[in-house]
Structures are given as C-alpha cells and as structure tokens.
Design a protein around this ligand. Structure first.
Ligand SMILES: [Zn+2]
Length: 442
C-alpha cells in the first residue's frame, strides 16, 4: 500500500483546498460561465474521413447531416477554476487537449483543469495523428483539429468572461429499455452455464446548474450507450443521438446549455425503437431520452456556494499485450499499435460539490464503470459518475471475466491485458479518497 501511494503521489497533481461538502457556510461562492462552439469540419474545403467504423476504409464524408458542437462549462470558486468540455466527437486525443490548453494558457488553463469528454459519435471526423488509428479511420488534415481547438478556446474565453454565481443539484433515475449488452452474443452458452445475466446500465443522471434566481444555466446529462444508430454506410457528419438529446433539452430549457457525458458504454448498445430509417430512429431515441432528462431536470433542487476541485493522475499502464486468440490478426499492425498506444493512463477527477466526475481514457464496460463508481463509497461523494472517452483513448477497458469471453472489444480493441479493468478501478478509488481528503500521501 505504501508503495502504491508513493507511486500515486508521484504521478498526481491535486488542486483542492477546504474540501468539505457540508461546509456550505464557508461560502465557496461557486460561479459558472457557459460557452458553445460549432466544431463541424468544412467538408467542401477539407477531406474529412469519419472515425468510428473501420468498414468505411478511410473514405471522406460526403456532407453534413447535423452539426457537431463543443459545450464549455467553466467553473470557479474563490480558490480555483476549471473547464468541462463536452464534444461531439468519437474520442479526444492528447494533441487535441494540448492545443486547447495552449490556446487558453493565458487564462490559467492547463492539462489538469481542462476535462475533455467525447460523446463517441461514430459520424465525426478522424483526428488521430498516429498511423495505427489512421489505418483504421483514415488520414486527417491537422488544419481541421486546429480550427476545432481554436473554436473551443474562444468558447472557453467567452465562458470565463461571463461567470455568475450558480447553484447546483442533481437527480438520477433508471431507464428500462434504452440499452442492451452487445457482448452477450459472445460465449452465450458458457455465460448461461455460469449463471451470468446480460448487464445493462440503466442509470440516467442529470446535473443542473441554476443562477441564484433558480433559472437553469446548464444541464449535464450522463448516460452510457454507444452512438451507433447510424451505421458504417452513413457518410454524412452527425452528432448522432447525443446531438438530438442536447438539442431537445435546449429547446425545453431555452436559456440553458446542455452537455452530454457518456458513461461506461463499452458494452452498451442503444436499444433502438421505431423509425422509417436510421436518421428517424436516431432522432426518436435522442428525443425520448431528452424527455426523461427534462423530467428529471424539472425535479432538481439546487443549492449555492459549493466548492470545486480537480485531480489528474498518469499511472503507468500495464504492459501492452494482445489477446492470445488475436495474436495472428494483430501481427500486421502490432508495431503501429505499440507506437500509438500510451504508456500512461490519463485519469481525471472533477469535483463539483458532492458530485465526482471520473474521466476514463477509453471505453469501460458497464461492470468496470459500476466498480469505479462503487470505489467512491468511502469518499463521501453523493453522485460519482464514470465518464468514458475522456481526454485520451486506450481502447476498451474490460475486466478479467469479460476478457476471457473474447469477442470484438477484447480481440480487436483491448491492448493492456486482462487486468486493465481492475487496474483502473484501483487507481480511481485511490484518487477519490485523496480528493475527498480520506487518504494521505505518506
Ligand atoms: Zn465504441
């Protein structure tokens, strides 16, 4: 334990003072500011391959179905400031985050106080500098990333320049029939023999930010599912159902900015309902989800003067290894994979009063997400949320049980062995304790 902690401390930066949820009397004076940016690439000027499905073979987008946006929630209390950035993209990259930081460094923004959360839309641009990812999603033009990060930096500036005192509250509810476990098809017989049941994560959480008069300023919606209603044949840019969800919420709350945060979606597929074509089905799914989110938002009571905090850790990842059953398949691009994949996991916590946002750099399956959230049990957070696709991408994050079942998430996109899930769970639990002041460094 001693060793684990010293490693932990060596790799961590913690910015927190006066952490006490209950100490509302100390008047931390939370303020927030909002910013929105259109980050839709210009497909008439640039060649824009879409990231998400390898089956598109790197072909460029042919048009725009609906725009991609970035939403900035800038927060400050009297001690510190930080920005949560929700983007309609497949995943973030270190280069993407670095550019945002560089363009806002004069505001005191850095890698620790900026949290990038991608929706995982499969109809956004390929934006990966590494050959390994370009082999799968197509070459990208660095000018596109430069334009997107400049637009986001401007949105951060607008948000930081317009902060006002804010109240925060939250609500959560389980939704049946919105998700299915897409890994149940692998090893089904053995799963049945083991007495397993298909896991789904039904929890919809909404965090509401109001001004001091109770007028809604922002809604952050957390729900775990793949934005994969549009298939590989779709060649038009789209924010997918998270775009519909955010648009509909902003219609229902016209003065409010909606931010979508994906969860532990590694094995969660959308249970798609009625609709004549995939665009209609995507629209219906997003609208139904927005109705539930709006109902929750209406019920939320907010409170003022909360404190905020953040922490970012970069623990060394387990050694890169490919599953036994996929070694032959990986042989052709194992070198490119080793070159592209990070040696450290970027893990990030944002604390907003009693809420902990845990950013994981990849696609955790729901069991890992639940374990991550349960890992906060000793840390006094009322609402811990595991957020996938945050900041960086290390592939799927599965546990030992699911690793043994194989399938796409393991054989095509698990790069750090069967212990990755447990490793991430342990690291985040340590971070939660530290952020809550329940663990010391020595
Ligand atoms: Zn995925």
């Amino acid at each position: 334990m001693q060793r684990a902690f010293s490693k932990f401390v060596g790799n961590c930066l913690l910015f927190l003072a006066g952490f006490l949820f209950a100490a509302l009397t100390s008047s931390e004076a939370l303020e927030i500011g909002l910013g929105t940016a259109d980050i839709t690439p210009d497909v008439t000027t640039f060649r824009v391959p879409l990231a998400g499905y390898g089956a598109r073979l790197g072909r460029p987008a042919t048009g725009i179905h609906d725009p991609l946006r970035a939403k900035v929630l800038y927060l400050n209390d009297k001690n510190r400031h930080m920005a949560l950035i929700a983007v309609d993209l497949r995943s973030s990259t270190p280069e993407f985050k670095k550019q945002i930081v560089e363009k806002t460094a004069d505001l005191g923004m850095n890698l620790d106080n900026i949290f990038v959360a991608a929706s995982h839309t499969h109809a956004g641009p390929s934006m990966y500098p590494e050959k390994f990812w370009q082999m799968q999603f197509g070459k990208y033009d660095p000018a596109i990333v430069d334009i997107m990060t400049s637009a986001i930096a401007q949105a951060i500036r607008r948000a930081a320049a317009a902060t006002i005192p804010a109240r925060v509250g939250y609500a959560a509810k389980n939704l049946d029939g919105f998700t299915r476990n897409r890994r149940w098809r692998y090893n089904t017989e053995q799963r049945n023999a083991n007495g397993e049941t298909p896991n789904v994560e039904p929890k919809l959480s909404v965090v509401r930010f109001d001004d001091m008069n109770g007028e809604c300023l922002a809604l952050a919606v957390h729900f775990a599912a793949h934005p994969t209603i549009l298939g590989a044949e779709n060649m038009r840019i789209s924010a997918e159902w998270p775009g519909v969800l955010q648009r509909e919420l902003e219609r229902a709350f016209p003065k409010c900015v909606a931010l979508y945060l994906n969860g532990a979606e590694g094995d969660q597929s959308p249970a798609v309902g009625e609709g004549g074509d995939e665009f209609e089905r995507m629209n219906n799914y997003g609208m139904r989800l927005a109705q539930y989110a709006a109902q929750l938002a209406e019920q939320i009571e907010t409170r003022p003067d909360l404190s905020i905090g953040y922490m970012r850790c970069l623990p060394d990842l387990p050694e890169i290894t490919f599953p036994e059953s996929a070694r032959r398949k990986f042989a052709a691009y194992a070198d490119a994979a080793r070159e592209a994949l990070p040696g450290k996991a970027e893990l990030q916590l944002f604390q907003i009063g009693p809420i902990a946002l845990a950013g994981l750099p990849g696609e955790p399956i729901m069991e890992v997400g639940q374990a991550v959230e349960e890992g906060f049990a000793d840390s006094d957070f009322e609402l811990p949320l595991a957020i996938g696709l945050a900041n960086d991408y290390i592939g799927y994050i599965v546990n030992e049980k699911e690793y043994a079942h194989g399938g796409y998430e393991v054989e095509s996109r698990s790069y750090y062995g069967s212990g990755l899930g447990a490793f991430i769970e342990t690291e985040i639990a340590l971070m939660g304790k530290k952020l809550a002041g329940k663990a010391t460094c020595d």
